[in-house]
Design a protein around this ligand. Structure first.
Ligand code: MV4
Length: 665
């Protein structure tokens, strides 16, 4: 059946990604959104949009009836669930199909077959797919399970059959620990899934998580689209995923691919699916060391790495297969080109135990160049606590793994996000981690290297000084195309000296910013000792260049009302700007010639070293079509002329300074 309009029952980056493919295929799209997502990107991108409820997912994105109602009201003929939410809910699939709509995904039957780990393993055993040695039978009493654990041999893993993502899972190293671990796993399983049945498995040492992308159609065809390595995980949350798996021998790839296809065929699988294997990498990758873990009956977050090495659009395949078409390609027509690596950018504080962060993305610029960015947000959007705090996925492709990793690390360093703390620095460090870069990865890698991976580099003094200067508003970047009255890329604002407070790592620190010339400043205070002399070379939009101690540096600066972000050498330095953090130290007076109102400097009549008398004309300005002559406040010697002809100045700006009386003698 031809699909003409798809309702995307999801939000964020995956909803945007699905809309992009549907649009490419000439298929109309309907977005559904919660009250919190009224201005979200996916709503803006879709042809139609329907409000389905309040912010909490349970009252919106998980409300099958509201989604079906939205489909009927807009005449959608298919529903794409994305991932998460209702994507693996068989009851929802049945409701969609009962309503005469196409569910872009597997059948309810296939979802149910893989929904419980014990039944899934039994099915895989029957299909001759290697499963982890263990017990997944009916008996659930302690005596039987403890006996089975002893037969299997410690260490063992207790797993909740309805579990996922490590929930309801306990590793047991010795018999004596088994009873307590079983009760604890059961309690967590009951609380999380309402099902406390467990299975017991041999613990696979040095585990690597390698999964195979499979695709089936409604004509009995099934292919695999090679593997992804997702071992770079932290607390069962994938952090970096890649395809193909580092150092995967061809023979093992073929064996795992065949096993995954067999698993899919065993349940007449149609659509995109992922067969997860646990691999014992203690002696490298070997074809006899992989075992079925579980099957995900949905499109995965990390599917882009498979798309980049195969050149395929998996959402397009999903839509074609759901409309009854046969798979676009056969196994022999599929091949691996290069290497792809994906990093998930989260609003979380890696330095504080990966605490989720929220906040408005006051500044958001993704890297340009040969990189893929799947994002569901744009600058100004809010990261709220209602949903997964993933901001975007950044995916790099290269001829080799090293090239892909290098591109990804560079892209992460060019990713500019201010308004919330993110894990980009952690991700870039992981890309460059010696073990990871060498492909020596297993599921414990991140935990082992956590301290070094999350160590925050303090901002170098010149960057702190620049942040204080930016926070002082004494240098305001000019928009490159704003030529009106600009003498150069920035204007001169405000009084000659300002006190400014910025927060560094949450601690308020006071600085003094003193203008020493048209572009010269001295920033002192806090940890800057006697101070840093700084020349503001240029400041166009976010591109600033400044010189300190003979070193010129280029960086990106994103000042907002409440923060200053400085992006320098691939790192983000976030500084807070507490309210009322800026004050002018001095009223202009005896030593200053100050502009009384905003205007443009038309003539400068003096130079440094000139002797002047009180009342001598010094500068002629034009303001509101009037010429104003600014005169010397006293007899003295000109110390410095701070403006040039054409300068656009606000009121209260010091234009010329006189030498202090004592100096003038
Ligand atoms: C295992 C295992 C070792 N041996 N099963 C973690 C959650 C779920 N995906 C299954 N997981 C594991 N199952 C056996 N028999 C190690 C893990 C595991 C893990 C697996 C993949 C990626 C990250 C992981 C982190 C900790 C434990």
């Amino acid at each position: 059946m031809t699909i003409t309009k798809i309702l995307i029952a999801n939000r964020g980056e995956i909803a945007c990604r699905i809309i992009r493919t549907a649009r490419k295929m000439g298929i109309a799209t309907v977005a559904v959104y919660s009250e919190a997502d009224a201005d979200a990107l996916h709503v803006e991108m879709a042809d139609e949009a329907v409000l389905i409820g309040p912010a909490p997912a349970s009252e919106s994105y998980l409300r099958g009836e509201a989604i079906l109602d939205a489909a009927q009201r807009t005449g959608a003929d298919a529903i794409h669930p994305g991932y998460g939410f209702l994507s693996e809910n068989p009851d929802f699939v049945e409701k969609v199909e009962k309503a005469g709509l196409i569910f872009i995904g597997p059948s309810a039957k296939a979802i149910r077959a893989m929904g419980l780990k014990d039944a899934a393993k039994a099915l895989m055993e029957k299909a001759k797919v290697p499963v982890v040695p263990g017990y997944h039978g009916e008996a659930q009493d302690l005596v039987v399970l403890a006996g089975k654990a002893s037969e299997i041999g410690f260490p063992v893993l207790i797993k909740a059959r309805a579990g996922g993502g490590g929930k309801g899972m306990r590793k047991v190293d010795a018999q004596a620990d088994f009873p307590a671990a079983l009760s604890s796993a059961r309690r967590e399983a009951k609380a999380s899934f309402g099902d406390d049945r467990v299975l017991v498995e041999k613990y696979v040492t040095t585990p690597r998580h390698i999964e195979i992308q499979v695709f089936g159609d409604s004509h009995g065809n099934v292919v695999h689209l090679f593997e992804r390595d997702c071992s770079a995980q932290r607390r069962h949350q994938k952090v970096i995923e890649e395809a193909p798996a580092p150092d995967m021998p061809d023979e093992m790839r073929a064996a795992m691919g065949a096993a995954a296809v067999q698993a899919a065929k065993a349940i007449d699988y149609a659509g995109a699916g992922t067969v997860e294997f646990i691999v014992d990498a203690s002696e490298g990758l070997r074809p006899d060391r992989f075992w079925f873990m579980e099957m995900n009956t949905r499109l995965q977050v990390e599917h882009p790495v498979t798309e980049l090495i195969t050149g395929l659009d998996l959402v397009e395949w999903q839509i074609r297969v759901a409309s009854g078409e046969a798979l676009p390609l056969g196994q022999e027509e599929l091949s691996i080109n290069g290497h792809a690596v994906e990093a998930r950018i989260y609003a979380e504080d890696a330095g504080k135990g990966f605490l989720p962060a929220v906040g408005r993305l006051v500044h958001l610029e993704f890297p340009d160049g040969d990189i893929r960015v799947d994002a569901g947000v744009r600058e100004g959007d809010e990261i709220t606590p209602f949903y997964d705090p993933m901001i975007a996925k950044v995916i790099a492709h290269g001829k080799t793994r090293a090239e892909a990793l290098s591109k990804l690390a560079g892209a992460l360093g060019r990713t500019e996000i201010a308004g919330t703390v993110t894990n980009t620095a952690f991700l870039a460090k992981l890309c460059r981690d010696a073990d990871f870069a060498a492909g020596r990865l297993d599921t414990g890698l991140i935990e082992r290297n956590l301290a070094s991976l999350t160590e925050a580099a303090p901002a170098p003094d010149p960057i702190v000084a620049l942040a204080a200067l930016a926070a002082s508003d004494m240098v305001a970047a000019k928009a490159a195309d704003d030529a009106v009255g600009a003498i150069g890329p920035f204007e001169i604002w405000g009084a000659p000296r300002r006190r400014v407070v910025i927060e560094i790592d949450g601690a308020a620190q006071a600085f003094q910013v003193e203008r020493r010339g048209a572009r010269h400043f001295r920033v002192s205070g806090a940890g800057l000792g006697a101070g840093i002399d700084m020349e503001a070379v240029s400041a166009e939009r976010h591109d600033w260049a400044f010189r300190t101690g003979g070193v010129a540096r280029r960086c990106r600066v994103a000042p907002t009302d409440t923060s200053v972000a400085v992006f320098f050498e691939g790192l983000t330095h976030l500084f807070g700007k507490p309210q009322g953090s800026r004050s002018d130290d001095l009223a202009a007076g005896g030593d200053q010639v100050v502009s009384a109102m905003p205007g443009i400097v038309k003539h400068v009549l003096v130079a440094a070293g000139d002797s002047v008398r009180s009342g001598d004309p010094m500068v002629i300005m034009e303001a509101m079509k009037m010429e104003m002559t600014l005169t010397s406040p006293r007899d003295g010697v000109v110390a410095e002329v701070l403006v040039a002809i054409g300068a656009q100045v606000t009121d209260g700006v010091s234009l010329v300074t006189l030498r202090a009386e004592a100096d003038a003698a």
